[in-house]
Structures are given as structure tokens and as C-alpha cells.
Design a protein. Sequence first.
Length: 339
Amino acid sequence: MHRSELMLDLSAVRRNAELLAKELSGAELWAVVKANAYGHGALAVSRTAMEAGASALCVATLNEGLALRQEIPRARIIVMGPISPNEIRAARDGKLECVAHTGEMARFLGDQVDYHLKINTGLNRWGIENPDLIPRGRAVGVMSQFATDGDPEITYRQLSVFLDVAKRVPGATRHIANSCAAWLFPETHLDAVRSGCTLVGFPPSPDADFGIQPTLRWTSYLAQTRRVAQGESLGYEGAYRVPKNSVMGIVPVGYADGFNAKLGGTRILVGDKSAQVVAVFMDAMSIILDEPAPVGSQVTLIGEGVSLDEHAKIAGIEPWELSAGIIDDPRRTLRNVTN
């Protein structure tokens, strides 16, 4: 028996990609598969997204791009994070496109690899303010990143700045829209849309899911149970005080597996019955069962009846932050896919 199992539903990835592609009014769909496709499995998501109509893959690091290149030789792959001068040869040999975040980076990329100029329009993270001062070299695209999801005033202000700059890079592919903007602001589609969250099942808005389906299921098992009396403490430093006589259980998954330490208080399923997580350790978690269950019972950490969105509310972070933290280590978690 494995400590836990992650199951990726490729049919849901495919449906999500097809739904989004229909919304893009002729713009290309570029699948963002950085950070192991937000913890879902980069290779499987990449292949399925391309089968469903995506025309490029976007990653964050050179090594992410090179790993995909080995498995998908003909894919268009864009490395969105910075690379150093000593990595240019590997990028060129791997037929990867890069992104210039600064004038200096544009100069050393020069005519060695195809690249995209990243424009700072308000997020104030990566980006160039004035591309007129930058040598173009093999600039094939111009891009930016929205600073908010769903705020029309900020979105349209950034779009206006971006379009003004982009017209000074004639012939370049223009791309600024992410998953949220793709659904909520059609004017942002331009030539290509970069989407990661929608592909793996995160809706563009908490108020409207547009038919997007979750794609990940994470299960484990109940490894131990014991009765605890009212007033007993659980966890380091007695962090949780038992409010009434209860049955507690141990599940062999913890924050070293990617079940975030902030998830104390969230709820999971033991069989088909709810249970509360009261303490998350490095390699295990303690839970209070609403109803007794036998050792060995299946535990659903993410899946039908247990959503990443609900976990994220408890943790006070975004759901993709939780999924991106899931550890991709076969020594700890078995990964499978269904078609």
C-alpha cells in the first residue's frame, strides 16, 4: 500500500483546454505548465493540452524546458523565467524560446535564440519599461502580466499601456492574457493567451466556473486510530485541545508531501464521512473523525467532496499555491493518470 496516490484526469484537462480554446476568438492557446503544471504533472498535461489545441508550452526555468523538449521534440516551448549568459547554448541547442526581462538580457540573447520582450505594465516584477532603447535581435514576441484577477480598471489600464508599447515592436506576437483574463476580458486575447490554472481545473472566478472541471484526485489511507478524551491535547506544544470525547486518526501524509502545514482545520473524507484535520506534521497528519472508521479506510485529501478551493480558504492562500506544493517524488507518492 502506498502512502498516498495522485490521480490526474486527462479527460478533464482535455475538456478544459477545449472549452478555453473556443473562447479565444482566433488567438492561440499557450499552455502554462511551469512548476510541474501547478503540481498536476507537466508532461501529461502538456501532451493533453497540445492534443486539445494548445500551440505552445510555457515553463519557468531552462531545465523545465529541456525536460519537456526530450519528451515532446516538436513542441514550441517558451522559458518565461530568466536565463544566464552561460545557459544560452543549452537553450539554443534545445530549440527553446526565451524571455528578455531587462535590456541587458535582450543584449546577450541578441541573435542567438528567439525571444520575447517582457514589458512591465504595473505588476512591477519582471519587465522592461522602454523597449525603444533595446536592440531587437531575434525578438519574436512581446508580453506582459496582469497584476490582478478580475479588476477591470487595473486590467484595462495595463492593457492600454501594453498595446502602446507593443505597436513599437511590429510583427511580434502579443500576449498578456492569463487564465482569468481569457474568460473575463475578451479584449485581452490579442495573438495568444497563456493559461495554466484553467487547464488544470481552477475556475477563473469563484462566482462562475464556466464549466471548468477539477483534474486532480489525491488519496491516502487511515493508518491508525485511538480514542481521546475531552481536554486531551494533540500535536506539538499541545496545539489542539480535544473539545469532547472523540476518535482520532493518523494519515501518513504531511507537509513534506505537499499537504500544507496551514491546513489545520480543513476537512477531508474518510471513506464517505467527513473528518477534520487538526495537526499537519512533516510526514503525517492528525484528524478527528466524525464517525469511527476501520484502519485502512481510504482517505480523500483532494477529489470529489474535497476541493482545493475549500482547503485554500482555510490556509488563506490561492488553490494553485497548494497544488504547486505537492511533491513530485515517487518515493513518497504514487502518480497515475486516467484518460
